[in-house]
Design a protein around this ligand. Structure first.
Ligand code: ADP
Ligand code: IOM
Length: 345
């Protein structure tokens, strides 16, 4: 494999950190599962508009290809190679009263975590048999959920186009044919082994075999962040007694994409900010201060619709889950304050 052609205009962290020297150091390396540098970088090479552009095929990828992953992790999370990750999922440590008790700004709140089963290949190189095993293992664990969390599984295989589209439009289901994941090998054998579990109220969801083997999600209308967190934590407690997920003291929960390591948590609100939308410098100054990310409302790589934005924690490693959610809350309070100040009198 030769050093890939990476255009100057490419802004991804892959383009920034895959220097010819790093490439030469890593080009002949392989993890025990056969994961190579070519597989690590293919998504970012094919998609020069990637924000990051790299994927791990297994936990070992993060050490075998550390010369590339470490600087990316450092820049994205502000996390050093000698740092340790700790977890805190205790809702009592949150101070998150609803930032929008009158319901004027926050449309909905969602908190998700990614999880991958210990000692199992990640999605980039997972075999069809392993993917099916992930699905059956997850379903067994989910069958232990009770009360508000009890629900049904809807496999993608055999799902009508109508139901798939409806779930997607309701912001509940992942999209099909994502080109970033496709280039990284995630869409092999589609739609086998993929699906969504949801409870009766559609406030608790689990995506199976998308970017991570499991994406465990709590979601509801409005801005009661703590209620969303409590639901997620209750479900995690049950699921984690049934399945052991890949975790280590340095990188926390092991995920396919280095942006998700650690807590693997993205806590977000969909929020309407028409005045801040006209002053993106002021908007970005607040999101930067609270380490928040701005996405469009149809997920990563989507554009915003009108003045509704998806605001979420950017850092996920080296902070606890409680800190990630607290950052979101405090940043949203500041955004709503600025929005009110900018409103025409
Ligand atoms: P992930 O959050 O798993 O990294 P995406 O950014 O692609 O992945 O978002 C997945 C889906 O979740 C999208 O359909 C998006 O609209 C929806 N979503 C994210 N945050 C919220 C929210 N606060 N309220 C409603 N839907 C949300
Ligand atoms: N992994 C994916 N969520 N994303 C960070 C893709 C990219 O733009 O690099």
């Amino acid at each position: 494999m030769d050093y890939p052609k990476l255009p100057k205009k490419c802004k991804s962290l892959l383009c920034k950190y895959l220097t010819p020297k790093v490439f030469d150091t890593l080009k002949n390396k392989k993890t025990i599962n056969g994961f190579t540098l070519e597989l690590v970088i293919n998504s970012g090479v094919q998609n020069i508009d990637s924000s990051i552009g790299v994927y791990a095929g297994d936990e070992e990828s993060y050490t075998t290809f550390a010369a590339l992953f470490d600087p990316i992790i450092k820049e994205y999370h502000g996390f050093d190679t000698q740092d340790k990750h700790t977890s805190n999922l205790n809702p009592d440590d949150l101070n998150t009263p609803n930032p929008d008790s009158e319901g004027k700004f926050i449309v909905s709140t969602r908190i998700r975590v990614g999880r991958n089963i210990d000692n199992m290949h990640l999605g980039a190189v997972i075999s069809q048999g392993q993917r099916d095993l992930v699905e059956s293992t997850a379903l067994k664990a989910l069958s232990a959920l009770e009360g508000e969390l009890a629900g049904n599984y809807y496999p993608l295989l055999g799902m009508t186009k109508e139901l798939q589209d409806d779930l997607y439009k309701e912001h509940l289901l992942f999209k099909e044919g994502d080109r970033f994941l496709d280039a990284a090998g995630y869409n092999r054998n589609w739609p086998d082994g993929r699906g969504i579990y949801h409870n009766h109220d559609k406030t608790f969801l689990v995506w199976i075999n998308e970017e991570d083997q499991l994406r465990i999600i709590s979601i509801q209308q409005g801005g009661d962040i703590k209620e969303v967190f409590i639901r997620l934590v209750s479900a995690l407690k049950v699921i984690e007694t049934e399945v052991t997920f890949a975790y280590n003291n340095h990188l926390g929960y092991i995920t396919s994409c280095p942006t998700n390591l650690g807590t693997a948590m993205r806590a977000s609100v969909h929020i309407t900010l028409p005045n801040l939308a006209k002053d993106m410098d002021a908007f970005k100054a607040i999101t930067d201060k609270y380490y928040l990310q701005i996405r469009g409302i149809n997920g990563e790589h989507s554009a915003n619709e009108g003045s509704v934005y998806d605001i979420s924690n950017q850092r996920r490693l080296g902070i606890t889950e409680v800190q990630a959610v607290q950052n979101l809350h405090d940043g949203v309070v500041a955004l709503i304050g600025a929005e009110k100040t900018l409103a025409p009198k």
